[in-house]
Design a protein around this ligand. Structure first.
Ligand SMILES: Cc1cc2nc3c(=O)[nH]c(=O)nc-3n(C[C@H](O)[C@H](O)[C@H](O)COP(=O)(O)OP(=O)(O)OC[C@H]3O[C@@H](n4cnc5c(N)ncnc54)[C@H](O)[C@@H]3O)c2cc1C
Length: 406
């Protein structure tokens, strides 16, 4: 990979940077707003960026995008982070739900949903995990049953659904046939989050925020025209979502956990006499953190290189998420350890208020979108070719597994 901008990339970067500088006041400030999303403000910010052509750059033109390159999108992400502008509210919509609709939706669904999603007119959520199915997603129990008119009736519970309480739509994975193997009896739908029978209850996180939810479905009616993919083909549809999720979280182009220099600056300004603070140990910690940061950055660049060449990174994208969360964790721990109480006030590497907020959010990042252990299994089996885990449930129907309490 060439780390310098080409003339075209440099011109694009200059254009993006100038736009962000000109509109900084309207686009807001990360350090002031923190991590919580103000629904209206966040939607306006996304609309402003979309109207300027800076959201969904790689999406096809007919889906509301620009048909641009991953490199162009990466440059926008870097410049948005550099300018200290808060994250887009609809990242799950853009990263996971939209690609699923593009891959499996009808033309009518694409027309109705995609442009509004990119613009932040509609916010989307991903309704996959349940109380008894997270890593083992295919064990999910939320049922969808079709009536004689062809409508589907959904009953069950999802959990950890990010932004469900602010969302207009969600992609919902359900069980439509319990009498086949668990991966085969699933079907995906688009669900209207304001429909009768949908209840989203925010859950308090240790960051103090309440951005994810438990969501209850009580005989919610969904038209058959809102199905994504064929009946019983929900696992294949979900794989589109999960592959897109891995890319979104894999850090292609973003510098997740970067900026060790920022910690060093903070520490140097707060604790003048670094030399006296067991300097050798402190230096060793900085070096370890710096190496982890570079590991994350270059793994992200490998993804970006693959995308730029038009290939779709496979399970090695899991390595990007692993490296990113590890680097961010090391850096946040180091900052909190060295800065002490000051860590509460000094802005973190991404410009958010307080290193301790990043530290408190990181255990969640190591779980969301595939836990570290599950990602290591994927890398072991599918990248390194190690023997797979035993899968005793492969030849049983979901009904048999559920009866056995699996
Ligand atoms: C911040 C955050 C946001 C989230 N947002 C969403 C969302 O928007 N939509 C959504 O659907 N879900 C969301 N999730 C849920 C997330 O996908 C699940 O938490 C995750 O898949 C893990 O599932 P679980 O919590 O049920 O843990 P479990 O699967 O029960 O895992 C428990 C422990 O067992 C380990 N483990 C499980 N299986 C294996 C194995 N085969 N080998 C080795 N170890 C294993 C895990 O690593 C973990 O340590 C979110 C989670 C978080 C933390």
């Amino acid at each position: 990979m060439d780390f310098d901008d080409t003339p075209d990339e440099a011109a694009w970067r200059a254009e993006v940077r100038a736009f962000l500088a000109e509109h900084k006041a309207e686009l807001g400030d990360r350090a002031e707003e923190g991590r919580a999303f103000d629904n209206e403000v966040s939607r306006r910010r996304q609309a402003l960026l979309y109207d300027a052509g800076y959201v969904g750059v790689t999406w096809p033109v007919e889906a509301g995008g620009r048909g641009g390159t991953p490199m162009q999108q990466a440059i926008i992400d870097q410049e948005v982070a550099r300018a200290g502008i808060p994250a887009l509210i609809n990242l799950i919509g853009i990263g996971m739900c939209g690609p699923t609709v593009i891959g499996h939706g009808s033309d009518d669904q694409k027309d109705r949903y995609l442009r509004r999603l990119l613009r932040g007119d509609d916010v989307w959520c991903q309704l996959f995990s349940e109380p008894a199915s997270g890593s083992d997603l295919a064990a999910l129990r939320t049922r969808a049953v079709q009536d004689e008119q062809g409508d589907w009736h959904v009953t069950g519970q999802k959990v950890w659904t990010t932004l469900a309480h602010l969302s207009d739509y969600g992609i919902l994975l359900t069980r439509t046939d319990p009498d086949v193997a668990k991966h085969r009896g699933l079907t995906m739908f688009v669900v209207d989050m304001k429909a009768p029978g949908v209840t989203a209850r925010p859950l308090r996180q240790m960051t103090g925020g309440a951005e994810f939810n438990e969501v209850f479905f009580d005989d919610v009616v969904i038209r058959d025209s809102e199905r994504l993919g064929d009946v019983g083909d929900g696992w294949r549809v979900a794989l589109t979502t999960l592959m897109s999720e891995r890319l979104t979280l894999g850090g292609g182009g973003s510098d997740i956990g970067a900026n060790v220099e920022k910690v060093a600056e903070h520490v140097a300004s707060r604790i003048g006499a670094l030399a006296e603070v067991r300097q050798a140990l402190v230096r060793q910690d900085f070096a370890r953190s710096y190496v982890a940061t570079l590991g994350a950055r270059y793994t992200g660049y490998r993804l970006l290189t693959a995308l730029s060449r038009g290939t779709f990174p496979g399970p090695e994208a899991s390595a990007g998420k692993l490296a990113g969360t590890r680097a961010a964790r090391e850096l946040a721990d180091l900052a909190v350890r060295l800065l002490g109480d000051d860590a509460v006030y000094a802005a973190d590497a991404a410009g958010n208020a307080g290193w301790q907020m990043l530290q408190a959010g990181l255990p969640g990042m190591a779980i969301a979108g595939g836990t570290n252990e599950v990602l290591r299994n994927i890398i072991g089996e599918r990248v390194l070719g190690l023997p797979p885990e035993p899968r005793a449930d492969k030849d049983k129907t979901f009904r048999e597994l559920a009866a056995a309490g699996a």
